[in-house]
Ligand binder design. Structure first.
Ligand code: ASN
Ligand code: ZN
Length: 334
């Protein structure tokens, strides 16, 4: 029986050889439709910027060659990124898809020409990836895919408005779960880290797009809350939330994880011990889906995560104290 659900083989750019959810039609033609994950489809925009593009299909259930030169390769990475993000939320948080209704979003690759970005759109319920400009590679790494898909989750849950402090929290939520997905997968080819977009080389300088242990390492992001934090742009005010999450998960000071060195400072000079990324992610997920609203700001986020940690681990727990201490360490005081 050829028709129906298949597991294809993908030669990705960023994750080595991967299994792909594919579907075969009556003519034994395969397509990037992942029936086991809400029917997730991956389409080629053929460098266009409107419409849905065309579904990737193939005579053989083997896709890409690991290089950007092969047009299937970016599709392999994006399809894989959507799959591992789907699996993470299903297996770790018990959520079936972005809206919790078992329906997958559309993935669109090869958007525009020299387009060095990726984005989520509520309108098409889709995530879209450019091929990058200059030295930048296609924006289809697992962390970028997870980041974009989580914008859909945030939109479907808290609905954090994409401006001001709520916008920073929206961005931080995408970076936080991008890291959590990376640690959940921990591919030997793409070892997990607390950097964002480290494999893309977006600026052509070999550096990550963002750093969670010390967000100011990018030259613009905020390490700590200050008055006016909501006016610096959502990709920079996110630093406060990213830094909170890193401190909560891993603690302050120097640390090496998977061969990457981190050094996370605190506003008040306090020394923190981390509670681990699994607990930190569980707290953020519960806060996002049950406590935060469209207008949540950093003060509110402190309350939301303290409440979530209390629900999960007890109001008197070490986890609640760790959450409060990590917020204080990024100058979000109670
Ligand atoms: N890649 C960016 C993001 O997802 C696109 C944007 O500015 N919204 O944050
Ligand atoms: Zn984003």
């Amino acid at each position: 029986e050829y028709q129906g659900v298949h597991k294809g083989t993908g030669h990705s750019m960023y994750s080595g050889e991967v299994k792909l959810g594919t579907t075969a039609d009556k003519g034994r033609r395969y397509s990037l439709v992942d029936a086991a994950r809400g029917g997730a489809r991956t389409h080629d925009m053929n460098n266009g910027q409107s419409g849905q593009g065309t579904l990737l299909t193939s005579r053989r259930d083997v896709w890409g060659d690991g290089t950007p030169g092969n047009r299937e390769t970016a599709a392999v990475d994006a399809h894989h990124g959507a799959a591992v993000t789907w699996d993470y939320f299903r297996d770790v948080h018990g959520r079936q898809g972005i809206r919790g209704d078992g329906e997958a979003a559309l993935t669109r690759v090869h958007y525009g020409n020299n387009y060095s970005n990726a984005f989520w759109s509520d309108g098409c319920f889709c995530m879209t990836y450019g091929d990058g400009a200059g030295n930048a590679k296609p924006l289809t790494s697992v962390d970028v895919a997870a980041h974009e898909m989580v914008h859909g989750l945030t939109s479907a849950t808290a609905g954090l408005i994409y401006a001001g402090e709520s916008g920073g929290l929206n961005e931080a939520t995408s970076d936080i779960f991008a890291a959590a997905v990376e640690f959940h997968v921990d591919s030997p080819v793409d070892r997990a880290d607390y950097h964002v977009g480290e494999l893309i080389d977006i600026r052509g300088d070999g550096k990550p797009l963002r750093y969670m242990d010390q967000p100011s390492r990018d030259g613009r992001s905020l390490d700590y809350w200050r008055p006016g934090a909501g006016n610096v742009g959502v990709h920079y005010s996110s630093g406060i939330g990213n830094h909170f999450f890193y401190l909560l998960a891993e603690g302050s000071g120097k640390k090496e994880i998977n061969g990457v060195s981190y050094d996370s400072p605190t506003y008040d000079g306090s020394e923190l011990a981390g509670i681990g990324i699994d607990k930190a992610a569980a707290i953020w997920f519960k806060a996002l889906t049950e406590q935060m609203t469209s207008t949540t700001d950093y003060q509110d986020a402190r309350r939301a995560t303290v409440t979530a940690a209390g629900d999960l681990y007890g109001a008197d727990s070490a986890e609640v104290r760790a959450v409060a201490a990590a917020w204080t360490a990024v100058n979000v005081t109670g």
